[in-house]
Design a protein around this ligand. Structure first.
Ligand code: SER
Length: 624
């Protein structure tokens, strides 16, 4: 039986044998990418290259990418969805296209020697049906017919090959064509589904009254592979233009590959997840068969929490920290559901998780103490929150006199206040023993979501690593701030995160004290002086070891094999100094302005304490 790491090795070797170069697993929390909170697919760090920039490792790439999809949080609980997963990916950057990609994927899925050895009879495929802008993908249909016929299967349309519209067979980071912002790449895709050949999955599901089909949500068929033909780019007038080069962007979830090779119908029963589930059964003293849904949520959410903490995130009220908080609280809600409020050695679940993933992600072992403490501290904070919520309700609903009336019915307004201020979910509020008008609550929730969605859409549009001038200026300002902070506070200070929008730059770094007004002014003065000096900014691909020797700083090692992309700010061309004497030398993917004088000024507007030894500053960047 193939293990998860066997599958990784096989996939990488398969594509290396076909001329691909392996690229690094990018950080789970993207650096300097304001468009998204987490890396959610292998293609995300490759967007500039899919749009036409030359990649230093060539035109055929392969990797395994740790990914997290917050939008799938609510789906977790069924037999196949997980929020954290590892995506196997291969790409053609204007190199091969459909007639190579589809047969290769079929070979990898079905061949016993070089691939997974799946039974081809269990595979079904889908293609794009076309719309008023993009034609039906008849080319893929013809290729699939030939591929299946070589495996002795007469693949007919409507029997083994199915066409679906944009909802199912169009892929872009933002979904269907109408939702794509200007400049975003996307295209039709072709998916492969595996048939569990078990009708009872459908007849026992909520979809039992509808007829089953490959894309049915019942779970009888599971999507295991997605080849996106990324050949279009959205235009400002809503139309689509062909990209200069036609790309292939393939993604397949490792967890699902494992599921089908092990002939399991439940991802949580695979060799990857079952030891984690066993540990949950053991410490909550309840069997998986009886509490399947809750245990799937606990396992998934804690795996995701472990990886998100490992990426340097702490629970908080906003952005990545908020998602992490939700994951931890939701898993503890479910643990409490299984075992009341008893104190349990829940850290043993994290131990089991690290054990399962340590071969592919060895740094989990190094960071284990931090991971454990972060989750346990948040679980504890949550307990305190719950008791505060109880107090809030008791005080608010106290009748005359001092006697508490053991309130049961509370207003939807108050329930919603508990949701927004204490982060308590409706289920949690209910489990505290209060009942409230659910419909009124749902209405409030909908209004709230509309507002935050509008904010999120705006953020996406504003940011779309649109490489807009303001964002590019923000990148350069970040490098200047990084170096200036080290000049003022000392060389032990380094970047721990950053986020750039068109409105401002946010920069996180390690430092234990609050910066004084004088220090802030010193940092600003240095940055503004470098801006005034109009220093040239350029990058070079340098041997990674050499770059370290030169003192290059930075988080994101944009490495290509032995080489790294290094940005230099300065020295001024007329100074006669060497690049080693540059003011700032950083590992970075870019892009940046050509001269610092493109910026006009940088002003630090706020600082925050992010917890132990972590500070955050916000700065406004003005352009000339
Ligand atoms: N980008 C596509 C996906 O995420 C294929 O890699 O499914």
């Amino acid at each position: 039986m193939l293990s998860a790491s066997d599958i990784v090795k096989k996939y990488i070797s398969f594509f290396e044998a076909r001329g691909h170069k392996q690229i690094a697993n990018a950080p789970l929390v993207p650096i300097n990418d304001p468009t998204t909170l987490f890396t959610s697919s292998g293609m995300q760090p490759l967007v500039p290259y899919l749009l036409g920039e030359k990649h230093q490792q060539g035109t055929r790439l392969v990797n395994i990418q740790n990914s997290f999809r917050a939008q799938d949080i609510e789906e977790v609980g069924d037999n196949r969805h997980t929020t954290f997963f590892r995506m196997m990916g291969n790409w053609s950057l204007g190199d091969y296209f459909k007639k190579e990609q589809l047969p290769w994927i079929f070979e990898f899925l079905t061949d016993k020697e070089v691939g997974l050895g799946l039974d081809p009879k269990r595979l079904y495929v889908t293609v794009f049906a076309g719309n008023n802008q993009i034609p039906k993908d008849t080319e893929s249909i013809e290729i699939w017919k030939e591929v299946f016929s070589k495996a002795g299967i007469d693949a007919k349309e409507g029997e083994r090959i199915f066409s679906y519209d944009v909802e199912k067979n169009w892929w872009s980071r933002s979904g269907v064509p109408e939702k794509m912002p200007t400049g975003e790449p996307g295209g039709p895709d072709s998916e492969v589904f595996y048939d569990f050949e078990d009708e009872s999955i459908h007849t026992k599901s909520p979809w039992k009254n509808d007829s089953c089909h490959v894309n049915c949500d019942c779970g009888r068929y599971i999507e295991i592979a997605n080849s996106v033909f990324m050949q279009y780019q959205k235009q400002p007038d809503g139309s689509f233009k062909e990209l200069p080069k036609r790309n292939v962007d393939f993604g397949g979830g490792l967890e699902r590959f494992l599921l089908v090779t092990e002939h399991q119908q439940d991802v949580f029963q695979t060799s990857l997840f079952s030891p984690i589930i066993k540990k949950i059964e053991e410490i909550t003293s309840s069997p998986y068969g009886k509490s399947t849904n809750a245990m799937r949520i606990i396992a998934d959410h804690l795996v995701a929490a472990v990886f998100i903490i490992n990426a340097g995130v702490e629970p908080s009220k906003t952005e990545q920290g908020y998602i992490l908080r939700r994951l931890i609280r939701r898993s503890y809600d479910n643990i409490m559901k299984l075992h009341g409020e008893n104190i349990l050695p829940t850290y043993r679940i994290f131990e089991a998780i690290v054990e399962q993933y340590k071969n592919t992600d060895p740094e989990l072992v190094k960071n284990y103490e931090k991971i454990k403490n972060t989750i346990l501290e948040e679980a504890n904070t949550y307990k305190i929150t719950v008791s505060r919520a109880k107090k809030f309700i008791d005080t608010k609903y106290k009748k005359t006199g001092d006697e508490l009336m053991g309130v049961k019915e509370i207003s939807a307004e108050d329930a919603f206040t508990l949701y927004t201020t204490q982060g308590l979910s409706p289920a949690q509020i209910e489990s505290l023993g209060y009942s409230f008008d659910k419909q009124a609550f749902a209405q409030k929730m909908e209004e709230h979501q509309k507002i935050s969605k509008a904010g999120a859409d705006k953020k996406f549009r504003g940011g779309l690593a649109d490489h807009s001038e303001r964002t590019i200026m923000g990148h350069t300002a970040t490098h200047l701030l990084h170096q200036a902070l080290r000049d003022v506070l000392g060389k032990q200070v380094h970047q721990t995160g950053s986020n750039i929008t068109t409105e401002r730059v946010r920069f996180d770094f390690n430092y234990d004290k609050r910066l004084t007004d004088v220090q802030i002014k010193q940092v600003e003065d240095i940055v503004n002086q470098k801006i005034k000096a109009n220093l040239p900014v350029h990058f070079e691909l340098i041997d990674t070891k050499e770059a370290h020797k030169m003192g290059a700083i930075g988080l994101f090692m944009d490495t290509y094999g032995d080489k790294s992309k290094i940005y230099f700010i300065g020295p001024s061309t007329s100074s006669g100094l060497k690049k080693e004497d540059a003011y700032s030398i950083e590992f970075c993917g870019g892009p940046h302005v050509d001269f610092t004088g493109v910026l006009k000024s940088v002003k630090i507007i706020r600082q925050e304490n992010l917890g132990k030894n972590q500070k955050r500053i916000y700065a406004i960047v003005q352009g000339n």
